[in-house]
Design a protein around this ligand. Structure first.
Ligand code: 8DG
Ligand code: MG
Length: 133
């Protein structure tokens, strides 16, 4: 069993909405909506990896001190096991842009269920609904 370590962020705006991104064609789970983030490189700390991913995918600068752990996903996919901490982030620098051609959407936590997300994300949605209720 291959363990895949991924980090993800729930960016929250002033209206308590959460940012989700639609995975582009050609990637695994294409078309599904996800929390921005990605795989942790071998030499990286998780928070460092997330800062890098948020810069690559959204063009924003985030300080590790502004990443608060909320919950993690532990999910068995057919070919790997995903372990994915989800951090909450309310503070960043720069303007959010779709740097990788992905579609971005700000959504109220209670509306996240209207968007198809990977099965690993199900428990994360619940945690966000409770956090932002
Ligand atoms: N970013 C993210 N990945 C998720 C979520 N839910 C979920 O099952 N995943 C899975 C899908 C992928 O198998 C893996 C993330 O890998 P990825 O391909 O997006 O990683 P990456 O951003 O580093 O992209 P790449 O450079 O490898 O193309 O985690 C989620 O909410 N956000
Ligand atoms: Mg990614």
């Amino acid at each position: 069993m291959k363990l895949l370590l991924v980090v993800a962020a729930a960016l929250i705006d002033a209206d308590n909405r959460v940012l989700i991104a639609q995975r582009p064609e050609g990637k695994t789970l294409a078309g599904l909506w996800e929390f921005p983030g990605g795989k942790i490189d071998a030499d990286e700390r998780p928070e460092q990896a997330l800062v890098r991913e948020l810069h690559e995918e959204l063009g924003i600068s985030v300080k590790t001190a502004c990443l608060a752990p909320l919950i993690f996903a532990s999910h068995a996919y057919p070919d790997f096991h995903l372990l994915m901490p989800l951090y909450v982030c309310r503070r960043w620098e720069g303007h959010i842009a779709a740097c990788e051609g992905q579609t971005l959407k700000w959504v109220a936590a209670t509306k996240l269920r209207d968007y198809s997300m990977p099965p690993a994300d199900e428990p994360l949605i619940l945690a966000l609904v409770e956090l932002l209720a």
